[in-house]
Design a binder for this molecule. Structure first.
Ligand code: GDP
Ligand code: MG
Length: 438
């Protein structure tokens, strides 16, 4: 497949904007890749249509072929669809926090229960495992073994008691014994059935769990959609744990489940051992599902190259003292993408040693305001801030929804920055002249 893709890309080479045909050709291959990863066919169809719309007409990034650019967009959309940030468990301010695990038989609930317990125990929680699977032979024993291995207490009442009562008694037990986290291991069935759903609904309404996590076997492929949909409709799940990703599956179920439930995938199971649980990173799964490692690393390199090129251009401008508000704005946008500002300032070439700059206090809201102010300036004003008289400043303040004081402050800050950059460039020049610095 990789080869086929390369061929498609090669054919598309050398066009400025993505045409409908470029996108269609590349998306045919993407569609195959997704189906090969066992993403549900309906999910694939919707996804492909959505990306097609977004991709047509986009400018192809320098050093990428149109086909590669389409893959870049696909990868971004995949990551986006699966939730852009990694999700966590939200702990109740009033302990115990109750996590209820649900899913089909064999999905990995009991194992995952142990894994979660172990994970949070390491983080200082005092978990209690509650054995509510009274149907599967030896299910209680299985949980007890898990608990023993992890040195986590297990609450059970045998297999004659009603699971709802066990869950309730488990919570009381936790309260009495100062357990601040209760993990309820429930029964599964081979297929969705109403008896099971009713039981789970009853447990839910009696114990009111803070998190209902659906455990899904990543090998279930096409079926994952139905499973996720049924459980979500009946119970309203809060998140998903995708197990058995250590196998050779590409993990298409992740996309299917996310697409139909719109609930975050919180953890992935990476093996049978009790510490084989990892947080879910959408970008990693996206590239795994897409299965185009080569193309993706190429894209990554191209993106890095662009950043370096921009940084070099900026450095030149600073040296020639042509740094203006336009550059300031570009810089802001770059910075917003990159994260903590103080760190970034240190990375700007040419000024990395300017201590004063590190003390300028920006926060994210500040960046948004600064952007608004600069965007309300005319091109001419951005190039030459010296023409910013009082009436221009009033107009800018009005246009950006800020105050004249804020505009003044920004202009002053900008001038200081520029002065500092100039000093720094001069210093560097004189040192170079003196031969001390090469
Ligand atoms: P339950 O019926 O949902 O409680 O599922 P279990 O926790 O009993 O797990 C069923 C089987 O899947 C067991 O053999 C587990 O060892 C195995 N299993 C669970 N999670 C994983 C995983 O992430 N990777 C692998 N390879 N096996 C797993
Ligand atoms: Mg079980």
């Amino acid at each position: 497949l990789a080869e086929k893709l390369q061929n498609t890309f090669a054919k598309l080479k050398g066009k400025g904007k993505l045409s409908e045909k470029d996108v269609k050709d590349a998306m045919r291959e993407v569609k195959l890749a997704l189906l090969e990863a066992d993403v549900n066919f309906k999910v694939v169809k919707d996804f492909v249509n959505k990306v097609k719309e977004r991709a047509v007409g986009q400018e192809v990034m320098e050093s990428l072929t149109p086909g590669q650019h389409v893959i870049k967009i696909v990868n971004e959309e995949l990551t986006d669809l699966m939730g852009s940030v990694q999700s966590k468990i939200s702990f109740s301010s009033k302990p115990p926090t109750i996590i209820m695990l649900v899913g089909l038989q064999g999905a990995g609930k009991t194992t995952t229960g142990g894994k979660l317990g172990g994970l949070f125990k390491k983080q200082g929680k005092r978990p209690l495992l509650v054995a509510c699977d009274v149907y599967r032979p030896a299910a209680i024993k299985q949980l007890q073994v898990v608990g023993e291995k992890l040195d986590i207490p297990v609450f059970s009442m045998g297999d004659k008691e009603n699971p709802v009562n066990i869950a309730k008694a488990g919570i009381s037990h936790a309260v009495k014994n100062n357990n601040d986290l209760v993990i309820i291991d429930t029964a599964g069935r081979l297929h969705i059935d109403e008896g099971l759903m009713d039981e789970l609904k009853n447990i839910k309404s009696e114990v009111k769990p803070h998190e209902i996590l659906l455990v899904v076997d990543s090998m279930t492929g096409q079926d994952a959609v139905n499973v996720a949909q049924s459980f979500n409709e009946a119970l309203g799940i809060d998140g998903v744990v995708l197990t058995k990703l250590d196998g050779d599956t590409r993990g298409g179920a992740a996309l299917s489940v996310r697409a139909v439930t719109n609930k975050p995938i919180k953890f992935i199971g990476m093996g049978e051992k009790l510490d084989d649980l990892e947080p879910f990173y959408p970008d990693r799964i996206a590239s795994r599902i897409l299965g185009m490692g080569d193309v993706l690393s190429l894209i990554e390199k191209a993106e890095q190259a662009i950043d370096i090129k921009k940084a070099k251009e900026l450095e030149e401008k600073i040296k020639k003292q042509e740094f203006d508000f336009e550059d300031f704005l570009t810089q802001m946008e770059q910075i917003k993408k990159l994260g903590p500002l103080n760190k970034i300032i240190e990375m700007i070439p040419g000024i990395s040693g300017a201590k004063e700059l590190k003390n300028i206090d920006f926060d994210d809201k500040e960046i948004v305001r600064i952007q608004a102010i600069i965007q309300s300036m005319t091109k001419k004003e951005r190039k030459d801030p010296s023409i910013l008289n009082a009436s221009r400043r009033r107009r800018i303040a009005k246009g950006s929804g800020t105050t004249v004081q804020e505009v003044n402050r920004l202009v002053k800050q900008f001038e200081q920055t520029r002065k500092m950059m100039k000093q720094f460039a001069d210093l560097e020049k004189s040192m170079k002249k003196g031969g001390k610095f090469k």
